[in-house]
Design a protein around this ligand. Structure first.
Ligand SMILES: *Cc1c(COP(=O)(O)O)cnc(C)c1O
Length: 408
């Protein structure tokens, strides 16, 4: 890594030219793992990130971790002692969450297309269901009756506005997520007739947002909408999940999200909610903001070659483990994730492309990056890899072994 310091490199240290992960020099960590490629997640960085959020966010606001971002069991276990709850989006993630000390009533389950089997598991587990449609509500009520249980349910609302400037929009306009806000009053009327324990609302507008002003504007609208909808509810709101969407800097021009004003504004919103919905627990759910910057992907150079004047470092990993770093996980424009040669952090720099070993030109991890001159055996590191890594990548594509994962 050279030139302007990338914001993603904040806090990473080196020793004798090697990157330290969890205090361990990279080549030694690779030996400990016993293979490349691997993902390594730094426990201290996870803890520090939650501490930072606790300092800035209002005390009463519950911080949930969206397990989708990184479902590695050890990571979820570690976070169980740090956050107030987990948000899951499948029965598989629910199982991972229930294996931790987190209480079931602090786990909520959102996601379209929950099967009857998943609803049965969730209702038996006693977690909070985020209902994504009227049909899902009817199926949940029928399953609850069979089980003789009265599950806590919240309605996921598809708002009539969106989170602008987001990496991914998941609210506003027609969506497969949630129930259109204008239909929620009628759905609440139906819910009142069912044997379901109304808990409140879930509003998630989008993710990967670096703009404090836009986040604050959307959070205010979300709280307004929840307060308006609560007037139609059969019981007081006890559970109000206002989403998250905090982004992390992936690319050199990305400015870090300015968390201070977001925290101050959330304190104002929390006071407003305490006045209008006094029984409500206010929740924000974050995925990549908690785990994304704590993880690196490490892949070994297998071949160094030159083609018509361009240097290629051909590695043993690639998009099969880290689709997002190849630019194929929903990105509109392909840009390089921050990359370094973790075994030569301070060597003389050249321009080189880092590619994987798959037979497709999509398998590009870094396009003409400025990197210390690397050779066969060196370890290439991709930063900002703690979220949407192996679980969001096509591991079977081309039949190479999976990446290992370690928490250090
Ligand atoms: C994906 C998702 C999240 C996490 O998004 P991040 O960008 O990782 O913070 C949170 N809530 C819901 C409902 C999601 O679908």
């Amino acid at each position: 890594m050279s030139g302007e310091r990338h914001p993603a490199l904040d806090g990473w240290q080196t020793d004798g030219g090697e990157l330290l992960v969890g205090g361990v020099p990279l080549s030694r960590l690779a030996a400990r793992v016993g293979q490349t490629p691997f993902f390594a997640y730094d426990r201290a960085r996870l803890t520090a990130r939650v501490d930072e959020l606790r300092r800035v966010l209002p005390a009463g606001l519950h911080l949930h971790y969206a397990v989708k971002a990184n479902p590695m069991a050890a990571v979820v276990q570690h976070l169980a002692g740090l956050v107030d709850g987990f948000d899951v989006a499948s029965a598989g993630e629910m199982t991972t969450a229930l294996d931790t000390p987190m209480a079931a009533d602090r786990i909520s389950f959102a996601g379209p297309g929950k099967t009857d089997a998943e609803l049965e598991q969730a209702i038996a587990a006693g977690i909070v269901l985020h209902l994504e449609s009227e049909g899902e509500m009817a199926r949940a009520a029928a399953i609850a009756e069979v089980q003789g249980r009265r599950p806590r349910v919240a309605i996921r609302v598809n708002p009539d506005f969106e989170l602008k400037a987001s990496g991914m929009k998941m609210g506003g306009g027609p969506q497969q997520f949630g129930v259109d806000a204008e239909r929620v009053p009628q759905m609440l009327g139906e819910l009142a007739k069912m044997d379901l324990d109304f808990a409140g609302f879930h509003l998630f507008a989008g993710s990967q947002n670096l703009r404090a002003d836009i986040l604050m504007d959307t959070q205010a609208k979300i709280v307004d909408l929840a307060i308006a909808l609560a007037a139609h509810a059969p019981a007081p709101v006890t559970h109000l999940n206002i989403g998250g969407g905090f982004g992390i800097p992936y690319f050199p021009k990305d400015q870090r999200l300015d968390l201070g004003p977001v925290g101050d504004h959330l304190a104002e919103l929390a006071a407003r909610v305490a006045g209008e919905l006094p029984e409500a627990t206010l929740i924000t759910e974050l995925g990549r903001y908690i785990v994304g910057e704590a993880g690196v992907y490490v892949t070994r150079v297998v071949d160094r070659k030159e083609s018509r004047g361009q240097v290629f470092l051909v590695c043993d990993g690639g998009l099969n483990h880290h689709l997002a770093a190849s630019g194929n996980f929903g990105q509109v424009i392909r840009r390089n994730y921050p990359v370094a040669v973790g075994t030569r952090m301070d060597g003389a720099v050249e321009t080189a492309s880092v590619v994987g070993c798959l037979c497709t030109p999509l398998d590009l991890l870094a396009d003409r990056a400025e990197l210390p001159r690397a050779d066969v055996g060196d370890l290439v590191v991709i930063f900002q890899s703690g979220a949407y890594g192996p679980s969001a990548s096509p591991a079977a594509f081309l039949g190479h072994p999976p990446a290992a994962e370690v928490l250090v």
